[in-house]
Design a protein around this ligand. Sequence first.
Ligand code: PHE
Length: 456
Amino acid sequence: RRRMPQQPSSRDAFASTLGAFAATVGSAVGLGNIWKFPFLTGSNGGAAFVLTYLLAVALVGVPVMAVEHAIGRRMRLNAVQAYARVVPRQPFWSLIGWGGLLAAVLIMAFYTDVAGWVFAYVLKSALAAAGGSPLTPDTFGRLASGTFEPLFWQVVVLVVTTGIIAAGVSKGIEKVTKTLMPLLFALLLVCDVRALTLPGASAGVSYLFRPDLTKITGTVLLSALGLAFFKLSLGMGTMTTYGSYIPDETKLAPNAIRVALADTLVSILAGLAIFPAVFAFGGQPAGGPGLLFNTIPLVFSKMPGGSLFTVVFFVLAAIATIGAMVSLIEVPVAFLVERGHLSRPAAAVATGLAMFALGTLATLSQSPVLEGVKPFGKSFFDLFDFLSSNVLLPVGGLAIAVVGGWLMKRAEFLGELDKGYAAEPWYDRAIYASIRYLAPGLILLILLNSLGVIRL
Ligand code: PHE
């Protein structure tokens, strides 16, 4: 048996199982639920997409999260070094970690753009509530296609996030997520009650839950798989890094299942707040990235005290983005601290600057400055999103499943997954079967299908 590293006392970590759960949910829950899930559902035909997505979460997402946590906790290292060492004498696998660093920067490039819109909407909705001009689709159009305004907000977002990261793992990440997640949940429920009691709301509900199976195409499959990875922060080392902070007594499989359930619930609640309203007001479900920004103010304006609720909603959305961004930045930061021996604040600033550099490309891709620039036929914004969610994360997830399912010994993997159990529970065996066969098989099929190599 190899001797595995103990958590060095100088290494920061989550203080408890509850803290680990909160931070992990905090990473998973974010723009993915309130922005991306609704708009992808809208542009991929509704319930058929939702169904495919749920299957991807259960069959691929949960098992891959469990492996990432197990590998991270076993190695007690940042993602690059963890994968470099988990398979003895095969440093090749550190590519998973390097790909993860790249994905983190690419995702943050467009994520901070959207988060910036959310932050801007906090201010704009507050001004509207105080009697200023109301929020209209035009408000969003001008913001998204602006130059200085969205860049300004992107900087604000990055400064806030880097600040939390600099504060550390237990005092920064864990503390912030533990207080804010329950609040987000409560507010979403309020929005749901409002949206679901609108006349004509049922059309939105069936749009989400009555699948038309003929709508499942290759694109739908890839988008659903990509969303599952993006949503659960998988395939790029975020969950590996977080795994390295999880206490030994935490049971990793039940934790992963709980995280996936909580996260999925938030997505469904967000969908239920948005689609009934879209249908009730005769809007377009395929509204694209602007869906959230155009619908929520509209829905809320129809109810008493609505302008105030709009403010609260965007405050909470802003909060949700923070837990996710913190976890994205943490991947390079952990690496720079442990491998590059930088201080945490210095690593956070360096990472923030790199993210801002690429981020300006995403943000300006909708402004006149870069409007016509379309590498590979996509705007920088769409390109970064596509490359990360639909390429890097699934490929990373595939490689991670291979490491956990084929290159680590079964006893080594399962021993970490449920440290301290006397017998293997059924879900451990199910997770092992999935990472060995089902998850890699499905990912491979979907990727080959989208490349046109095979036809599903
Ligand atoms: N899961 C986050 C969200 O849905 C995004 C994210 C992706 C965070 C990858 C970390 C890593 O908003």
